[in-house]
Design a protein around this ligand. Sequence first.
Ligand code: C2E
Ligand code: CA
Ligand code: CA
Ligand code: CA
Length: 275
Amino acid sequence: GKRDGRGSFRFFERAMDDALRARALMECDLREAILGGQIEPFYQPVVSLHDRELIGFEVLARWRHPERGVLPPSEFIPIAEETGMIGDLSYGLLRRACRDAASWPPHLQLAINIAPQQFQDRWLAEQILAVLDETGFPAGRLEVEITESALIHDLEATRATLTSLQNLGVRIALDDFGTGYSSLYHLRELKFDKLKIDRSYVNSITMSDERAKLVDAIIKLGSSLGLVTTAEGIECSGSLGWLEDQGCDFGQGYLFGKPMSKSEADQYVEGGTTE
Ligand code: C2E
Ligand code: CA
Ligand code: CA
Ligand code: CA
């Protein structure tokens, strides 16, 4: 009856209140985490599929939360993007990664993820340059990963940022290739250096002939446009062998190593293995 209705509405209101409060708290925590250095770079190995040598790492953000342990990016990157904190987060992360990488052999590269909206920021290239200057990390060892969703926002602003970065000597990789839309249009309109084939394709190549044909086509498309290709999410040696045979240039995935802390990455660099 009436009573129940009002009761459940109150319940709903309270649930909303709780959700809003939790969200506000989370934003506040995240802001402090960024300022307090709790956002930490983890490193996932990237390997050459021509000789299986380590060529560098992708930087993946982790939140070392004082109570909740190490949190994955899905728990905080969306909030950082929505609240505009992503710029500060990235800046801190890149700075720390460039410092960490100073102790690694000079041929090892770093790849960093930059959120779609950051490409609309006309100061992005300047900020990255400032970090490179401060840390002494060479631009030629840095790669920026961009997803296709950045390109549908404002193609002209994105193009300008990409060009500034490339003029500094930073390379640009198109991330998660095959998951967005109008990929071919963007390949025509923008100059990338690398295609990263999404792991949803890579996982299933040994099981699905269709997937295998698509991955093969992507590798050929890349090389005919003068781009190198990285296969993401390689988990088994069957896929690895197949990708090597097709001429894919680089590989990344649990088979080579999961994202790891700086000290684990140090060991990986020395020994070439983990665990
Ligand atoms: P991404 O850029 O596509 O990164 C690859 C993701 O796949 C990582 O998840 C990595 O741990 C996972 N992965 C790698 N190899 C394998 C594998 O063999 N199997 C499986 N199942 N997964 C694998 P992670 O670290 O949770 O990051 C998720 C996403 O969060 C990233 O996807 C990226 O879009 C975003 N992200 C991470 N760090 C940053 C950052 O600093 N800035 C921004 N804007 N986004 C970030
Ligand atoms: Ca990436
Ligand atoms: Ca990816
Ligand atoms: Ca992804």
